[in-house]
Design a protein around this ligand. Structure first.
Ligand SMILES: [Zn+2]
Ligand SMILES: [Zn+2]
Length: 261
């Protein structure tokens, strides 16, 4: 039986014998006060299911209900030459497989950063597609497989209008997926490379969000330079509420200004 971490949602291969979750013990995450808690995919699927939400004609949100582990959402991005799963949720149930298959399956899975890797190889196996991970984060891959394609450098075009762009910050390999449609000015799927505040008026850029660990100002300046090169006005983030349509660039610019004051 493969161990699934209840705190961060990482799935470990059968050979992983440690009782400590590597990802939770890394300084950007945490082990709960009551200690390490493991579950299994079988247990998770008996109490949880995936919620599939249409955001627009080419974007669907996938999130586990009720909330499990870090509670992230993944996105199914529809595209003419092949669909992409952006990030991952630790539950892959029959209904989700049927839904994605009805939309044409997946041509790739791509990641913002290691906190979403969870059961990525299961998704890749079911849909027989490669997994794109930035090479800088290779050391955080807990289950290396033949599906994983490490990419290097600042950006890599996939196909149609889909492009992976490395931003860094939270992790050196932290990346975003840039889509030119349906917003004419561009859409960014960012994971938690940028973290929209509940006020929706501020993006936090941090080394660790749960542990409130800041990034050095030099990193904020470098990230600003990277983001300045991208055309976008809409952002979809880590949680279901983190949607900004139309004004994302202005909010980001004001947020970076605050850091540099
Ligand atoms: Zn963990
Ligand atoms: Zn994270």
């Amino acid at each position: 039986m493969r161990k699934l971490c209840s705190t961060c949602g990482t799935l470990y291969p059968t050979w992983y014998s440690s009782n400590d979750c590597f990802i939770c013990n890394e300084e950007r995450q945490y082990v709960p006060e009551e200690g390490q808690i493991w579950t299994t995919q079988e247990e998770l699927s008996s109490t949880h299911k995936n919620k599939l939400i249409s955001i627009n004609h080419r974007l669907f949100e996938i999130a586990i209900e009720p909330k499990f582990a870090i509670g992230q959402r993944a996105f199914l991005v529809l595209s003419e030459s092949g669909n992409v799963l952006w990030d991952c949720v630790p539950l892959l149930d029959e209904e989700t497989i049927r839904f994605i298959s009805s939309k044409g399956g997946l041509s790739a899975i791509a990641f913002s950063h290691p906190h979403y890797y969870s059961n990525m190889n299961d998704w890749a196996k079911v849909f027989d597609c490669p997994i794109y991970i930035h090479q800088a984060d290779e050391q955080y891959i807990m289950d290396k497989s033949e599906y994983i394609h490490l990419w290097e450098g600042e950006e890599i075009p996939l196909w149609d209008d889909l492009k992976l762009v490395n931003i860094g910050g939270h992790f050196e390999g932290s990346s975003v997926l840039l889509i030119s449609e349906p917003s004419k000015k561009g859409v960014i799927l960012c994971g938690d490379t940028m973290y929209l505040s509940p006020s929706k008026n501020h993006f936090a850029l941090m080394y660790s969000y749960p542990n409130r660990m800041p990034l050095p100002i030099s990193e904020i300046k470098r990230i600003k330079q990277r983001l300045d090169t991208l055309d976008f006005n809409s952002v979809y983030g880590f949680y279901s509420y983190q949607n900004v349509i139309g004004t994302a660039k202005e909010i980001l610019e004001a947020s970076v200004k605050r850091y540099l004051r």
